[in-house]
Write a protein that binds this ligand. Structure first.
Ligand code: 5GP
Length: 176
């Protein structure tokens, strides 16, 4: 792996606190209901597993994987589904769980895809949002942290497949 300069941005404790309060809000909203929680692989797996454990109602797990054509640090906007839902979400309460919203193109694509399956409701959650990078209007119901436009890794997020296992979020200072 090439030399990378990482500077910690959001620590483990802060992530934990934020996810607990997101989980509490979602528990209240869906009290007594069954929620289909959709994990967007690969980047969301860590956030997703912590978030669903902070939600105190019945949860059914679903997984999707999408890729956007482009280089490793910039998405092109063309999105392809690599893994789709396995069960029906028609008439269900659905929670879409994303790691990070950058241009907003992936989130909007996924929202549109899920809405086409006629859920009873669709709620979105993203751990990170880069408001300055949005290329399209994109509303996210539950956002953990708003960050600047810098590329980040850790807590599920990668650079060329590395750093997903960091327990905190770090900013990449230089890509040499
Ligand atoms: P968008 O469609 O909003 O531009 O991009 C969404 C996807 O781009 C995310 O799910 C993630 O895979 C990737 N992405 C965007 N910004 C970052 C970043 O700062 N770090 C990493 N590791 N991935 C990012």
């Amino acid at each position: 792996m090439q030399e990378m300069n990482l500077s910690p941005l959001i620590g483990e404790e802060k992530i934990k606190e934020t996810i607990e309060s997101m989980g509490a809000a979602l528990s209240q909203k869906f009290q007594g209901e069954t929620l289909v929680a959709v994990c967007v692989l690969k980047g969301s797996f860590m956030f997703y597993s912590d978030l669903i454990r902070a939600i105190n109602t019945d949860v059914i797990c679903e997984y999707m994987a999408v890729s956007s054509y482009g280089n490793s640090t910039q998405s092109s906007g063309e999105i392809k589904i690599n893994l789709d839902l396995t069960g029906s979400i028609k008439g269900r309460h659905v929670l879409l769980v994303e790691d990070i919203v950058d241009t907003g193109l992936t989130m909007n694509f996924l929202k549109n895809h899920l809405q086409n399956h006629q859920p009873q409701s669709l709620t979105t959650a993203a751990l990170l949002l880069k408001p300055g990078a949005l290329k399209v209007e994109c509303t996210v119901d539950h956002v953990g942290f708003e960050i600047s436009n810098d590329f980040v890794v850790g807590y599920g997020l990668d650079y060329q497949g590395y750093f997903r296992n960091l327990p905190y979020i770090a900013q990449v200072q230089s890509l040499s």
